[in-house]
Design a binder for this molecule. Structure first.
Ligand code: MRU
Length: 355
């Protein structure tokens, strides 16, 4: 039996009547609250503040945000609705730069909806396409989980970073999808979640959702990874991805690169789990991936309590790039891709995996 019944749970992002409803991820684990987004500024703000976060979830929220914008600004003619689509794509698509899902989703909605001949048709095409993106992501997560389960048969202790589960996607997640698939199949699985500094997505979100699903999870500081690996506590590392270049270099939450280096040193397999829309074939390598820099206050305070002296200089990159040569395999919704990734990624895209 599945450890989570997605149909019975509040989704991370949903379209409800005429607005977006998200789980407010800034309030977890202390409080489970939802937020209604019925203006474009609210959508951009929720994405920027990480009230909704995780690459596929912000892609879904951004896509639905186009419909919020069309309703808010109510263009009277098809031509002005098309101009509005272009403007909304820019405004929403720029809320965060690293996760490819956001930009791809809004552009996809813009392109499909632009074909409409009337304002109503444009509006209906935009919402239809956004809902399709949501459904596709849910489906992709299920397939990633199954491919990952086969790949990692017999591996019990899985380390992960950040949050890649039902909060971060429209389904049961990517890296955590593999964990849920194992649990659903009755396999023994135990997760070691690194806390994920500075915003604690691992500590606040991954532990919360796994405990809610009854899955064995142990929280550890980010810097405990090498020791846990050296002590034989970790069988494999699985992380998610925000953008993967054509050569397999992978941008994911800051700290991922260190986990990959340490896994390599310890001889432990290091997997990336991501749907095929995470590939950005326009970028030859990870050097070209734009890394979001976040404000320093995320490092110097926690919910208005100081965690560092006032005025200290800060550097707060939200993501890092793990070089492809540290990655054992990329678990996607069309199968597990292996090195050399230039070839396996191109083959997956050519086989119809491009979204
Ligand atoms: O800044 P965040 O919390 O949005 O970063 C999220 C991650 O880095 C996830 O690992 C990634 O988006 C994949 S989620 C399936």
């Amino acid at each position: 039996m599945s450890p989570i019944d997605l149909d019975a749970l509040q989704p991370s992002v949903a379209w409800v009547e005429d607005h977006i409803e998200i789980i407010d991820q800034t309030r977890l684990p202390g409080e489970f609250a939802t937020l209604k987004l019925s203006a474009v500024d609210d959508v951009v703000d929720a994405i920027y503040r990480l009230a909704v976060r995780g690459a596929p979830a912000i892609g879904a929220c951004g896509a639905l945000g186009i419909s919020v914008g069309l309703d808010e600004f109510r263009p009277h003619e098809a031509s002005s609705a098309r101009s509005e689509l272009v403007r909304l794509t820019e405004v929403i698509g720029s809320a965060r730069p690293t996760a490819v899902h956001l930009r791809k989703s809004v552009e996809r909605v813009r392109d499909v909806a632009s074909a409409g001949q009337t304002v109503d048709e444009i509006r209906s095409l935009a919402l239809g396409e956004a809902l399709k993106i949501v459904a596709e992501d849910r489906d992709a997560c299920t397939r990633i989980g199954e491919y990952g389960r086969t790949e990692l048969a017999g591996v019990v202790n899985i380390m992960t970073h950040c949050n890649t589960g039902r909060l971060a996607t429209a389904g049961w997640g990517t890296a955590l999808g593999v964990v849920y698939a194992k649990a659903a199949a009755g396999e023994e699985v135990r997760v070691f979640a690194s806390e994920t500094r500075p915003l604690l997505q691992g500590a606040r979100l991954t532990t919360w959702e796994l405990m809610d699903a009854g899955i064995d999870v142990t929280l550890m500081p980010d810097g405990a990874d090498a020791t846990a690996m050296a002590q034989g506590m970790i069988g494999a590392v699985i992380v998610g991805a925000d953008r993967i270049a054509a050569n397999g270099d992978t941008a994911n939450k800051i700290g991922t690169f260190s986990h990959a280096v340490n896994a390599h040193r310890a001889g432990i397999p290091f997997y990336v789990a991501a749907d095929v829309s995470t590939f950005d074939m326009s970028l030859a390598s990870g050097d070209e991936i734009e890394i979001e820099l976040r404000p320093g206050h995320e490092l110097t305070s926690w919910r208005s309590e100081p965690t560092a002296p006032a005025g200290v200089a800060t550097w707060n990159p939200a993501f890092d790039v793990t070089p492809a040569d540290l990655i054992t395999g990329i678990i996607t919704d069309v199968g597990v891709l292996r090195p050399p990734f230039e070839e396996s990624i191109r083959a997956a895209i050519n086989a119809g995996g491009d979204r």
